[in-house]
Design a protein around this ligand. Sequence first.
Ligand code: 5AD
Ligand code: SF4
Length: 492
Amino acid sequence: MKEAKDTFSRLFCQSLNRAQKVSMKISCQNGGNLIHFLLKNYISRAIMRPLQKFFIRTYGCQMNELDTEIMVGQLEKRGLTRTAEETDADLLIFNTCSIRDLAERKVMGKLGQLGRVKAKRSIIGVTGCMAMAKKDSLFRKLPHVDFVLGTNNITDLNKVLDEVLVSGKQTFKTDDVFEENLDYLIAKRDDPVKAYVSIIRGCDKYCTYCVVPYTRGQEVSRPPEGIEEECRLLVQKGYKEVTLLGQNVNSYGKDKPEWNCLFHDLLYRLDKIEGLERIRFMTSHPVDITVDLMQAIRDLPSLCEFVHFPIQAGSNRILKKMHRIYTKEQYLEKVALLREIVPNVSLGTDIIVGFPTETEEEFEETYEVFKQIKYSVAFIFSYSARKGTPAFRWKDDIPEEVKQERLHRLLSLHAEIGNEERQGMLGSEVEVLVEKQLDNCKLKGRTRCWKNVVFEGTEHLVGTLQKVKVLGYGNQTIVAELIPSIPKLSLI
Ligand code: 5AD
Ligand code: SF4
C-alpha cells in the first residue's frame, strides 16, 4: 500500500508545475498532507465539481461587448452553458470598464457584495479594463476573486481557468501588448442581424483624461484577410450589417505599412462583399479622418452616412490641455469638408464637461459648437479623474453641481436639435434595417444614419431592409409606416 502511495505521489508531483509544487509544499508544511492537498486543490475542483454553467456580465463599450461574445464562444466550446442567473452558475465573469469612476464603482460594489454572499464556491473572474488597471492588486481588495484576465489576454481565458482549477490559487494574466492570435470567429453573438467586427485594438493618442491607452495598450491592427473572412462568414449566416470597431479605426493599418491597407482601403475591400448591406465604424479621432475616407463614404454603397466624430470640447485651451491635437477651427474645417463631400452625412460626438479649469465661457464655446454642428448623436459625460492619466495630477476643481448643470444644458440642447431634425424628416421615405420585434409587436430598426425607427409589421421582416415613410416622432424615435414593396413582375 505504502509503495503504491509513493509511486502515485511521485507521478502526481511530476505532473505539477512549479507554482503548484510550491503551493503543495506550503500546504504540507502547514500541517497538511498530500492527500489533503489533492482533495483541496485538485480533485475537489477538477473532478468533484466540473464547471457546467457560467454567468457573464459586460460593463462599458462595444469593444467590451465584443470581447464578451468571444469569451462566451470560448466557454461554450469548452462545454459550458451560459445562464442568466448568477446563483445558478459555477463560473462568474465580470467584463469590466474603467473609463469613468462610476463604471468602476459599480463593478467594485457588485464584486464586494458577491464576497459577502458567496455561499457556494463558484469561480469568479474579472476581465476587461479594470483588470488591466488593477492587475493582481485586485486580489487584495477582493480576496474571493479567483482570476484576473487583461484585455490583451482574452485568448488565454480557458488556459487561465484551467490553472485556477488545478492550482486552486488566484491567477492573473495581464499582458501590456496584444498579440494577434485571437480567434474572432468563435464569438457567440446575441444579435442575429448586426455584428461587431474588431479591426484595431488599443490607442496611441494619449488624451490626458483617458485610461484607454493604459488599459488596452498600443494600437495593433488586425490583418485585412481575417476581417474579410469574418465579414463573409457573417453574411453567410444572414448578417446584413457590421460595425467595424476600434478606439480609433482611422489609425487602421498605420502600424503595418507593409500591408499597404489603410482604413479607407479596408473599406473598399469590404464593400465588395456580396450581401453585406451596411458597414459602420466606431470610433474616429478627428485628426485621422482623411479626404480618402470622406470619399469612401460618398462612393461606397454599403458604407453608412454616419460618422462618430468626437470633439470632446469646444475651447482651444481645453482641447490643448486634453491633448486632442486639433483646434476648434481645424475640427470645423474637417466637418465643413465632410459635409461638402457627403451632404447627407449625420454626425455624432462625445463631449466631456467640467474638465479641470474649464471656465463658464469655455463651456459656452462647447455649447456654441454643438449648436453650430447640430450633432445627431451625442454622448455627454462629466469629467471623472482617472488614476494613472496625466490629468489625474491636476486638481479636479469644477464642483460636481457645476458639472451636472453644464451636462444638463448640453443634454437639453441635444434634445432640441434632435426634435428639429426628426421634425424635418416628416413625410420623407427612409431605408430601415429591421432589427427586432418589440414587446408591443411593433418592429424596430435603424436608418443608415443610425436613427431609431418604430413601425407596424410582422416578425418575418426582421433582418430585412425595408422602405418606410416617416409619420411622426417621439423622444429619440421616429414613428413610421411600412411602404409595401412591389413584387417584381415577370415580363413574360
Ligand atoms: N471622464 C469623462 N469622460 C471620459 N471619457 C474618456 N475618459 C473620460 C474621463 N476620464 C469619454 C470620452 C470618450 C468616451 C468613450 O468616454 O468622451 O470619447
Ligand atoms: Fe481615449 Fe483619446 Fe484614445 Fe479616444 S483617442 S480612446 S479618448 S486616448
